[in-house]
Design a binder for this molecule. Structure first.
Ligand code: TYD
Ligand code: MG
Length: 459
């Protein structure tokens, strides 16, 4: 008797499936992300595979580092761990409009210019649109680039796989984006978990057999209408996220997973009207955004999930307008936390701000939830109150308690590494607890100022 394929519900955010629908995904906690998908038939016979044999090797054999394909974009190479690895798969995720296609088109052209046969497949834009972008970026003038770069607009994975298998000449293939790709034999729509997984699986399998480096572009979605890059994270060798605020110039490429390199490397770019420009010295960009040496600003060495990020915290104080309570306007931070810090600064450090309106802003449109930002916020407030700018090359982090004591926060080493990476030369951080301290040697090029109480910061 033929079994009817059973329905199952798949979370479009994390990819886990359940037999019953629910409003909230049990696995990742996201709401309204479960959609119905027909289960793929799994009845595959394994009996006749028993005669197959594994090839095993000794652990002490020769081990060569993987060869690298230089992308000619130093910041991209850095995040990759030294360049693209042949037969590997990189997933580049990010919000729509952040610049993924721009970055990949620039990388593709640079690779073609150095003689690699590259295929760029867009499922989102027509060939004309890509040409217009390339013209705007000035990428369409070099003969070698034009000869080595193949452009196609397609969403049909069958077609893509067929051509790649037939031509067998490409060393790098870019798919923009995996969520637009479609395989004929899968029933669900493009962008569903089943399609995204099956398309990625076909392309990855081919990359491994033919040996080309595969770059998959994936949109990060909050609505859950499209399967997010998270459903692919375990299938690929490296995952990088392209981040930034569309209202701002800077963009950061960050590795979230990398089988061939470190995951705490970042690549910094600036979006200009002629495309993405590499920023080898990112502190220059941050300082340029800081508009010089003005009071009321401090740099916070923070963490986003497991990833370090440096942010500028801005504070503005003005005499209270009118009779009512003073204004506490906060963008990107917690108002209750700000009120607590103001109370601590008042009671423990004698900084009288009760009669002032306080505006606090995390520049760049980011939102900070970490208590570790307390010290940077305090530094920005003290700086605004005293009219003295903080050192432009110093970063702050540490949690502040109600008695004004500065407390330890997690991942000091990671924060310091990022601070150095971004070109800062000093850090103001919590005093080390003598016993049980696990902090390793600080990275070279940074001086540490350990603070035990907020009054030290005021001085
Ligand atoms: P895009 O690469 O299309 O984003 P994604 O592929 O991540 O969706 O980038 C789109 C944005 O970048 C668009 O809003 C315009 C801007 N942009 C520039 O500022 N300068 C440029 O040279 C280009 C090509 C795009
Ligand atoms: Mg795009």
């Amino acid at each position: 008797m033929a079994r009817k394929p059973s329905a199952r519900y798949v979370c479009q955010s994390c990819g886990s499936s359940t037999p019953k629908w629910a409003g909230k995904c049990e696995a990742c906690g996201e709401w309204n992300t479960l959609t119905e998908e027909t289960a793929e038939p799994t009845a595959r016979k394994t009996g006749n595979l028993r005669s197959a044999r594994l090839t095993t090797v000794r652990l002490d054999g020769e081990a060569k580092p993987p060869p690298r394909i230089n992308t000619s974009i130093a910041e991209f190479n850095r995040v990759l761990g030294g360049g693209l690895v042949p037969a590997s798969v990189v997933l580049v995720g990010g919000d729509p409009g952040i610049g993924k296609s721009t970055l990949m088109l620039q990388a593709t052209c640079a690779l073609a210019q150095s003689g690699h046969n590259v295929l760029y497949v867009s499922g989102e834009e027509a060939v004309d649109q890509i040409r217009i972008r390339a013209q705007r970026l000035g990428l369409d003038r070099d003969k070698k680039t034009l000869d080595s770069l193949d452009l196609a607009a397609s969403i049909n994975v069958g077609e893509i796989v067929g051509s790649l298998e037939h031509e067998r000449k490409h060393t790098v293939v870019v798919i923009d984006s995996i969520q637009t790709m479609w395989l004929e034999n899968i029933e669900s729509a493009p962008g569903s978990v089943a399609q995204v997984r099956a398309c990625a699986f076909e392309l990855i399998r081919l990359a491994k057999t033919l040996g080309f480096a595969l770059i998959l572009i994936g949109h990060v979605t909050k609505e859950g209408a499209l399967a997010g890059p998270r459903v692919l994270e375990h299938m690929v060798d490296a995952v990088m996220y392209f981040e930034g605020d569309r209202g701002h110039q800077f963009r950061i490429l960050r590795a979230a997973k990398n089988r061939f390199g470190a995951t705490d490397e970042i690549g910094v770019f600036a979006m200009t009207d002629t495309g993405l420009r590499e920023v080898p010295n990112p502190s220059a960009l941050f300082l340029a955004e800081r508009r010089g040496n003005i009071a009321g600003s401090a740099i916070f060495a923070g963490l986003e999930g497991t990833r370090p990020v440096l942010l500028e915290i801005q504070a503005l104080l003005s005499p209270k307008a009118g009779d009512g309570a003073p204004r506490r306007a906060v963008v990107g931070w917690d108002t209750a936390r700000l009120n607590m810090l103001l109370a601590v600064l008042d009671a423990r450090c004698g900084l009288k701000l009760a009669g002032m309106d306080v505006h606090l802003n995390i520049a760049g449109g980011m939102r900070v939830n970490e208590p570790a930002a307390d010290m940077a916020v305090a530094a920005a407030l003290i700086s605004a109150a005293t009219g003295t700018p903080t050192s432009p090359t110093a970063a702050y982090f540490g949690e502040v308690g109600l008695s004004g004591e500065v407390r330890q926060v997690s991942q000091t080493d990671l924060r310091l590494k990022e601070t150095v990476k971004l070109g800062f030369d000093s850090a103001i951080l919590p005093r080390r607890v003598a016993a049980g301290s696990t902090r390793s040697k600080p990275p070279a090029g940074i001086s540490l100022h350990e603070i035990g109480h907020l009054t030290d910061l005021v001085e």
